[in-house]
Design a protein around this ligand. Sequence first.
Ligand SMILES: Nc1ncnc2c1ncn2[C@@H]1O[C@H](COP(=O)(O)OP(=O)(O)O)[C@@H](O)[C@H]1O
Ligand SMILES: [Mg+2]
Length: 328
Amino acid sequence: MKLSKLFRWRKNQKPEEAPSPKAKAARPSKRPSPSAKPAQSAQTGGQKVDKPGAFNAKIGSADYRLEPFTEGGICVVMKGIPKTPGHPKLAIKLVREQWLNHAAVRRQFSNESQIVRELNHPHLPKYRARGLVDGKAYYAYEFIDGVPLINLSQDKTRFPPELVKDISRDIVGQLLLQLEHIHGGLKPVAHGDISSENILINNRQQIYLVDFGCAHFIKQAHKESYQWLAKPSFISPEQARGDAWDNRSDLYQVGILYYELLMNKRWNIGRSKRDKVLFAASNDRQNDDFLKNVVDLETSAIIAKLLDPSPRNRFQSATEALQALGMK
Ligand SMILES: Nc1ncnc2c1ncn2[C@@H]1O[C@H](COP(=O)(O)OP(=O)(O)O)[C@@H](O)[C@H]1O
Ligand SMILES: [Mg+2]
């Protein structure tokens, strides 16, 4: 099954029911924060340009125009448009003003840029540079022209109903292949914050996992595992309990994503952050057939296994999950 069917289908919907992914991508999902503005100062060496909050700066060896793009919980992302041809568009990530005083956030941001530097996969954004703008640390990586999956899942006419199962499986398969890459190799990384906000889908139906803001090198001894940076709706039981977490926590989050794609509703039904953490920490094992009304029994059992509260009872690797899905 090709996701192109999804995009053809969405194109044929009435515009007010299904805004095109492109139109959504062009609109920042949140208003740019004021923290993006101070970077206009002369220290950047950049001059002010028309768009509010936009400025010029050298990123790596090339000149860029930086425009406020969007923001997450901790960071601001700016879009870097090259001023000379032959350079890629960039996403430039900076810590939001209000978090700059937190030593742990600054440490993790530096950790994040080191992790992104190590990524080398056709479907993970490539690292380009890091440095300072207006005295604030940034790192820059390839800009992905796409929309966060959450924009699709909040859409009433999200997926053509007859294709939901195929589309969900395809997205989960692509994600598992990316996880297989980051979990393996010489410097295995656990992502820790897989969610429908941190996965972008482009109009070639390719998904890209972004936001390594919660990630850590699995082999590195670390005192803090930064689970408090993970999205509460997607937090794994071990993250919720404050225990050590590894690649199997990512597989739990894949289970949540699979569930939410199929059901178009939230897995974690907690209302406040506290309730969400409690929900994640105390959930029982689902019966293998818990999704029997939606998918075949085999797929239901695979999702139950991804969502097993105990990491030991889950798939132990993305490869195992891909094999169970018949994708390897
Ligand atoms: N490389 C990228 N290309 C395009 N958009 C991106 C890229 N990286 C992040 N974004 C967008 O910016 C948002 C915020 O970035 P993110 O890394 O998730 O910040 P935070 O750590 O604060 O959550 C993401 O949800 C995504 O929509
Ligand atoms: Mg994020």
